[in-house]
Write a protein that binds this ligand. Structure first.
Ligand SMILES: Cc1cc2nc3c(=O)[nH]c(=O)nc-3n(C[C@H](O)[C@H](O)[C@H](O)COP(=O)(O)O)c2cc1C
Length: 227
C-alpha cells in the first residue's frame, strides 16, 4: 500500500511535534474509543520473534494514581541529591510528571517468558524483548500525538513501587509509566531544551558512515527540523 505525500507529511508532523507532556494536562476525560485506538496501535508495534511481550495496565483510579505520585516524590528527592550545586537547583525547579493531572496512566510491561525460552531473534542479545516493549511505548506516544493527546513518560519512580501499587507479578518487568491526557498546548521544543538543561545535538555529530571514525560533513546538508 502506497503512502501518499499528504499521509507522509502527517507522519513527519506527528514525529516532529510529539512532546513529553507534564504540565499542560486538562481536566478532561479521554473517550474510551480513543484509548482503545492507542492500545491497539501499541499492540501493532514490532517485537522480537513476534513475541509481543507487552501488557498495558490502564490506570484511571485517582487514589491509585495518588500512590504512584507518592512513589515518584520519593525517587525524585533521591534524584535531586545526585546533582550538584546549580544543577541541583535547576533540577528541583523542573516539573517532571503529570501523574494526577493526566486523564489516565498506562503502565507498559514486558513478560520476558512469553512465547517460551528460546525466542527467534533474542538469542545473541537477551535484551531484545525489553526493546520490543519500548517500541510499543514509542508507538503509543506517536499515536497519542496523532490524537492530539499529550503523553509524559515518568521514569523517576522505582519499578518495584509501581509493581506493588499495580499488583504486577514479580516475573513481569515494568518498562514505562505513561501519563496521557488532553492538553492546552504542545511545547514547540523539548521543555528541557527550553529551560536550558540540554540542547538538541547537531545531526552531523551523531551520524557515522561505514565506520565509527568516519563522520562526513555531507550530513550538514541534511535538512534538520529544528522547530
Ligand atoms: C526513557 C525515557 C524516560 C523519561 N523519563 C522522564 C521523566 O521521568 N520525567 C520527565 O519529565 N520526562 C521524562 N522523559 C522525557 C524526556 O525528558 C524528553 O523526551 C526529552 O526531554 C525530549 O523532549 P520531547 O520528548 O518533548 O521531545 C523520559 C523520556 C524517555 C525516552
Amino acid at each position: 500500500m502506497e503512502i501518499t505525500k499528504e499521509e507522509r507529511d502527517a507522519v513527519y508532523k506527528t514525529i516532529y511535534t510529539r512532546r513529553d507532556t507534564r504540565s499542560e494536562f486538562l481536566n478532561e476525560d479521554i473517550e474510551e474509543e480513543v484509548i482503545n485506538r492507542l492500545l491497539d496501535a501499541a499492540h501493532h508495534s514490532p517485537s522480537v520473534g513476534f513475541m509481543q511481550p507487552w501488557d498495558f495496565v490502564v490506570v484511571k483510579d485517582k487514589k491509585i494514581r495518588q500512590k504512584i505520585k507518592e512513589g515518584f516524590e520519593i525517587a525524585h528527592q533521591e534524584a535531586a541529591l545526585l546533582f550538584k550545586d546549580e544543577k541541583q537547583k535547576e533540577y528541583k525547579k523542573l516539573k517532571l510528571e503529570g501523574i494526577t493531572e493526566a486523564a489516565i496512566g498506562i503502565c507498559v510491561t514486558c513478560d520476558r517468558s512469553r512465547s517460551g525460552e528460546v525466542v527467534l531473534g533474542r538469542t545473541a542479545n537477551k535484551e531484545m524483548d525489553l526493546y520490543s516493549s519500548v517500541c510499543a511505548v514509542q508507538t503509543l506516544w506517536l499515536a497519542a500525538r496523532a490524537e492530539n493527546l499529550g503523553l509524559g513518560w515518568v521514569s523517576i519512580i522505582h519499578h518495584d513501587t509501581l509493581k506493588d501499587i499495580l499488583n504486577i507479578p514479580k516475573e513481569i518487568d515494568v518498562i514505562a509509566y505513561l501519563c496521557i491526557g488532553k492538553v492546552s498546548y504542545f511545547h514547540d521544543k523539548p521543555e528541557l531544551e527550553e529551560k536550558g538543561w540540554l540542547k538538541r545535538m547537531p545531526l552531523e555529530q551523531i551520524v557515522h558512515y561505514d565506520t565509527w571514525d568516519k563522520q562526513s560533513l555531507s550530513t550538514q546538508n541534511i535538512n534538520t527540523k529544528s522547530l
